[in-house]
Design a protein around this ligand. Structure first.
Ligand code: NAD
Length: 323
């Protein structure tokens, strides 16, 4: 059976298959409150999203003759970037999205990269363009990101797409915060009037996250490296989103009992494992819901990249982006 048929109107219907790892809903949780946080299973939610992408890609092919295609450009040999790019290619393949990879040498000039982007912008067979960050130091990241056609900007980093997000008319939005919103939606968390604290103000996570939460009527505080008394701000939060880049930085005692905790962090330990920015074990004793690392926000980011590629393919044939 097609996995997407398991999920109807945000409810898991095949309880037998998913009974063990099913993500509990927020409303269910408050009704049967326990002291330990429920895990928001990003893998499970991402899998359902990827199955939907597969169905949409097939429908674009059969109904419109459009073969959704994502181009990923990698400059240099950054080992982490190579892993991310490989994972993106694999996810595309599994979802029936055509994936084309351009591996350029470290010494590629900015002009050469811009020339490739111009060529990809003009190619009607290419729907999404992603330039893997970080770029080598001699290339200006802002110039490169602005060169990507906003309609093919599947990372959602172009100032046009950022501006549309600010205006409340989003078209292509940054994948990581988009994935977080999808997780909150999945557990049925109503953001109206909630106090949300985001730790981190980057363009790729913190800032777009703040806007997305604001559009859902949360009261948002963005904290950063210069914020005074961060623990006090976190203690007041109904929702905490941690995107700092520092291993287990958020302590369990900072978490307000019953809060929802989203850990965006991906930090590699010396033993090669992955760890987030929240002290998971301690925070789990106080939170109502928490995302694990790995298996939380990470898989959602890739799933949302695939969704954005479908949106870009739809834009190419004159369809409107879904709000
Ligand atoms: P970044 O370095 O661009 O930003 C980090 C932010 O944390 C900055 O705004 C800074 O002000 C803030 N910060 C740093 N020290 C602080 C402190 N002591 N107190 C409060 N704030 C502090 O990082 P980023 O690109 O936003 O990534 C953040 C984390 O999210 C990293 O661990 C990264 O690996 C991870 N990430 C994960 C995904 C995913 O798919 N799961 C995607 C993107 C980033």
């Amino acid at each position: 059976m097609h996995l997407s048929s398991f999920f109807m109107k945000g409810r898991t219907v095949n309880r037998k298959t998913f009974a063990k790892k099913r993500t509990v809903k927020y409303t269910e949780k408050t009704m049967n409150s326990t002291n330990k946080a429920s895990i928001i299973n990003g893998k499970e939610i991402a899998l359902a999203a990827r199955e939907r992408v597969k169905a949409e890609a097939a429908s674009l092919r059969s109904k419109h003759g459009v073969d959704p295609a994502l181009v990923v450009v990698l400059v240099g040999t950054n080992p982490a970037s190579k892993v991310y790019v490989r994972n993106k290619g694999k996810a595309c393949e599994e979802a029936g999205v055509r994936s084309i990879q351009h591996d350029l040498p470290e010494e590629t000039t900015q002009a050469e990269l811009l020339l490739l982007i111009a060529r990809l912008n003009a190619d009607p067979q290419v729907h999404g363009i992603l330039v893997q960050l970080p770029l080598p130091g001699h290339i200006d990241e802002h110039i490169v990101l602005e060169a990507i056609s906003p309609r093919k900007d599947v990372d959602g980093f172009h100032p046009y797409n950022m501006g549309r997000l600010v205006a409340g008319t989003p078209q292509l939005v940054p994948c990581t915060p988009y994935g977080v919103m999808r997780m909150l939606e999945f557990i049925g968390y109503d953001l109206t009037g909630k106090d949300a604290v985001i730790i981190g103000r980057s363009n790729i996570v913190g800032k777009p996250m703040a806007l997305m939460l604001l559009h859902k009527s949360a009261t948002v505080t963005i904290c950063h490296s210069k914020t005074k008394d961060l623990p006090a701000k976190v203690r007041a939060a109904d929702l905490v989103v941690a995107a700092i880049g520092r291993e287990q930085f958020v302590k369990g005692g900072w978490i307000k009992p019953g809060a929802v905790v989203i850990d965006v962090g991906i930090n590699r330990t010396t033993s090669g494992g992955l760890v987030g920015e929240v002290h998971f074990d301690a925070a789990s004793q106080r939170a109502s819901f928490i995302t694990p690392v790995p298996g939380g926000v990470g898989p959602m980011t890739i799933a949302m990249l695939l969704e954005n590629t479908i949106t870009a393919a739809r834009l190419a044939i004159g369809h409107k982006a879904k709000a």
